[in-house]
Design a protein around this ligand. Sequence first.
Ligand SMILES: Nc1ncnc2c1ncn2[C@@H]1O[C@H](COP(=O)(O)OP(=O)(O)OP(=O)(O)O)[C@@H](O)[C@H]1O
Ligand SMILES: [Mg+2]
Length: 290
Amino acid sequence: MKSTPLSHLLPATRSQAQLDDDARIQCLLRDRWIDYPRATQALEQLERLFVTPRRERMPCLLLHGDSNIGKTQITAKFRRRHPDVFDERRGMEMRPIISMQMPPTPDQHRFYSSLLFELGAPHNAAAGLAVLERLARNLLRRMAPNMLIVDEVHHLLAGTYREQRASLNLLKFLANDLRATMVLVGTRDAVIALQTDSQMVSRFTPFEVPRWRESEGFRRLLAAFERILPLRRPSDLAQREIAQYVLAASGGLTGEVSRILNAAAEAGIRSGDECIKLEHLEHVAPTHIQ
Ligand SMILES: Nc1ncnc2c1ncn2[C@@H]1O[C@H](COP(=O)(O)OP(=O)(O)OP(=O)(O)O)[C@@H](O)[C@H]1O
Ligand SMILES: [Mg+2]
């Protein structure tokens, strides 16, 4: 193979860029993490909460933003920083962070079932709510996590008014009972759901991950993508025309930016161009703007 300098890529991506086309297209499907300022701020905020000494009424966070903006990726990144450890002395696994999803309908029984599943606790699915609740609380007390993350909190709004109240009370009860910090994650609907309860509002600091706008930050994000896409020639994604196109086609959603760039990178590999051109973007993500 003709050797190219590949200086537009991160060192770790350079070896990938030497692989054959199919292998490189496979590489595009891998999970990857790109730092950007708002995510770094969110991670710092999570870290501050994580190290807050235990006390009554722990401060809590409501991480919100549109679907596909990257909220779950942020919490996943944070979890990787604080992995589970086996405590030899106690002979049990310590879980600094417990993370779960709100069930698609606000059903307390399902909530505790999911939580117990997450805690690795076998339980009788037919058990009553009070039993599951007690089991979950006892386990949480023993495991003493520093943080409980509940994702997809906007599902709470899917229920009737009564169910919403009950689910909110459940979250409030857990937040009070745990003596750990709680992080709720969801779309704008999660914010609306919490706003109906003044105690929750005072307890949970909102933190928004907004959509991208035309900015130096967005161009830096594109430049960061360019360094990890296994293409053999530079694309200069941060240039004005390309940045504007990707912004319009993605609606400013990180997930869409990632998907569009993957598809365009695949087109760049298959066509032999070995870089992303505007025509690839127009092909994989047509927009109606001129
Ligand atoms: N920091 C990042 N680096 C690289 N890709 C990212 C990053 N954040 C998000 N993405 C991309 O965006 C996609 C959507 O992210 P994520 O699942 O975190 O969104 P979300 O905000 O949780 O959406 P939803 O509200 O629908 O659950 C990811 O699958 C990934 O492709
Ligand atoms: Mg998510």
